[in-house]
Each structure stands twice: as C-alpha cells, then as structure tokens.
Design a protein around this ligand. Structure first.
Ligand code: 6MZ
Length: 344
C-alpha cells in the first residue's frame, strides 16, 4: 500500500502554508536568524492538544516574519507536495503584517503569489486561498477580503477563495458572516473550518452561507454531538468535507481514528477529501494520509484511487483546469494499473 499511495496522483485542498513547513526549511530559516536559540521538533507521534499546535504556529510565525521567508517557505512547500506526487494543490495562508521587518499583509500575499508563479515549471497546479484568522477580529477580516478582491483582479487565475481558520475556541465565526457574504458576491469560493470543536451556536448560521467546502467538521453529525439539522444541511448541499486524520488525532479532537468522522460521511457516500492540514507540524504527507485512511477504514486501492480522482470535482479552479486534471488522471490510471497489475 505504501508504494501505491506514493505513486497515486493526489489532490491536496487543505494545506496551511506555515503549518506545512518542513523541518528542513525550518533549519534554513533558523540559520538565517541570528541570535535565535529556538528549538523545533515535529516528531511523529508527539500528541498534544490543539492549543499546543497553535503554540507551534506561533513559533513558526516568528521565523516567517519577512517576505523573503514567506517566499522561501511557499516555494519549499510546493516542491515537497510535488515530490509527493500531488498534482493539484490549494494552499491557504493568513496574510500577516510585521512592523519590524516592513512586511505588510499585501506584500505577504505578493510573496506567496510570486513563489507560486516561480514554481510554474513544476508538474503541479497551485491555487491560493486567503485565510481569515478568527482571533484577529472583523476589521482584519475585511482587510483580508479587500486584498483577496484586489489580487483576484490581478491574479485571477491563482486566487480562488477564502478560508476561515485559527484557534476554534476563540471568537465567534458569525462575526465574519458579512465578510464572507461579500466574498461570495465577488466570486470567491469559501472553505471554512467548521465544528473542529463542538460549536453548536455558530455552526447553523455559517452553514446558511453556504460554504463551498468545510474544513474538519468533526462535530457536525449527531453521533459526535452535532445535530440532525447540521447533518441534513451538509448532506443536502453535498458540501465537501476536507478531512485531516493525523491532524485531528494529534490535536486530540478525535479520541482515535476508528472514531474519525471520515467513516460516517464516507459510508453515506458524501464528498470527502483527504488532506494534510499542516504536514510540517503534524509530520505527515499526503501519501501517509492515504495510507492511514486505507489501514484504518479498510479501503482498497480502487477506493483510494476514487477518493483522489473525485477530489478534482471539489477543487476551486476553473472548469477547464478540472478537465485537464481529469485527462491527466486517465493517463496516470492506466500507468498505475500496469504498475500494480490491478483494474482501478
Ligand atoms: C484551525 C488552523 C489549523 O495561515 O500562517 N491553522 N486553524 N485549525 C487548525 N487545525 C490544526 N491549522 C492551521 O498557517 C498557520 C495558520 O493556519 C491556521 C491557524 O490560523 C495558523 O495560525 P498560515 O500560513
């Protein structure tokens, strides 16, 4: 299965740039920072809590406090996903301003987009979502939307949507509803973190937008303490779920993988997309996430192929790009069938 998952062409739709930074890149960034005695380790199996994950993001942000590092991290992350046979990648990141280094939210986004363009020769299609961190307040939310609209005009092929993320125990997602409604009117797609922890008060209103995809959705369904209305709405809209097994396990939002929400939605034949979330912080890769899904939920090679291929339907890119990907996947399919002597 390991070889199969590595060879499988994959679609990654939920990757936070700073959470995806590898240890190798961290070392490069540390070397550039004088007087830094920070210790970083993303060793596998180190369980923690969501709070501890957010502490890691804080440390990483200290290293990516200038446009050069943001550029470097974005390039490295794209190369790493490419090397893992990811053929389509949607990156998301929170534009950050740092006064000391002169980085503005705008120059942050410019650096990300420049990195994406400079990786244009690689056999991987990359798109970008601007993220709103729910800890930063609505004023910054509006600013982020304005940036998204601006870059949508100048880089419409690359900027496809917006994300809502950040520590789910802080703030109220409903405060951002007007921002997201306007984003929708501008033609930006919405990928929102919802119910990563139980959040009955804010969830129903967020679902009415409706989002184009949901990140995690761990506590949406009744069995997990959500409610029937959430479940029905998501099923009726067929809103794809971005599911990140290792992330939820390490962040301890699920007690074990057997009880991961993947099982519930997958059995209902609901659109599910396997993603990494933060491959650096959680020390994982797309190939490993597919392997984990296979071993936990007893998925066969053909099931994995279908999961990956169907993910193309849930991307935020233009229809002609989806078509191009589908054509590419046809070619990969026959190659995989030959390589693994199997009918997919
Ligand atoms: C919610 C998360 C997250 O934006 O600086 N982020 N938000 N839940 C999660 N589950 C583990 N993982 C990452 O990447 C880091 C930021 O992404 C969000 C957080 O806001 C984090 O600060 P960027 O590139």
């Amino acid at each position: 299965m390991e070889e199969f998952c590595k060879s499988l062409p994959k679609v990654e739709l939920h990757a936070h740039i700073n959470g995806s930074v590898s240890e190798a890149t961290i070392q490069k960034l540390l070397a550039k920072k004088k007087n830094s005695d920070q210790q970083f380790s993303f060793k596998k199996g180190s369980t923690g809590t969501l709070k501890e994950c957010f502490e890691k993001f804080r440390l990483i942000h200290q290293l990516t406090d200038n446009t050069e590092s943001v550029y470097q991290v974005t390039c490295d992350v794209i190369h790493e996903f490419h090397d893992d046979n990811v053929k389509y990648l949607e990156l998301r990141s929170t534009p950050r301003a740092v006064q000391d280094t002169g980085m503005s939210r705008e120059s942050y986004v410019e650096s990300v987009l420049r990195a994406i363009q400079d990786c244009g020769d690689l056999d991987i299609i990359v798109r970008f979502l601007l993220a709103i961190d729910r800890r930063n307040g609505v004023k910054v939310g509006w600013e982020t939307l304005r940036l998204a609209q601006k870059f949508q005009k100048s880089h419409g092929d690359l900027v496809v949507g917006m994300d809502l993320s950040g520590d789910p125990s802080v703030g109220d997602a409903r405060d951002y509803l007007p921002v997201f409604r306007e984003a929708q009117k501008s033609g930006l797609k919405l990928a929102l973190h919802l119910c990563e922890i139980p959040a009955p008060e804010e969830t129903m209103e967020m679902l009415t937008l409706p989002p184009d995809r949901i990140g995690h959705g761990t506590f949406l369904h009744t069995e997990a303490g959500g409610n029937q209305q959430f479940e029905n709405t998501v099923l009726k809209n067929r809103t794809p779920l971005e599911l990140c097994l290792t992330s939820n396990l390490i962040g301890q939002t699920v007690p074990n993988l057997d009880n991961h929400q993947f099982k519930f939605w997958y059995e209902k034949e609901h659109p599910c997309v396997i993603c990494t979330d933060d491959k650096g912080v959680f020390s994982t890769s797309m190939s490993e996430e597919y392997q984990l899904a296979a071993s936990t939920f007893d998925l066969k090679q053909r099931d994995l192929w279908n999961l990956s291929e169907q993910s193309i339907n849930y991307t935020f890119c233009e229809e002609n790009v989806k078509e191009k990907l589908r054509d590419q996947f046809k070619v990969y399919k026959s190659k995989m069938e030959e390589q693994f002597n199997i009918k997919l």
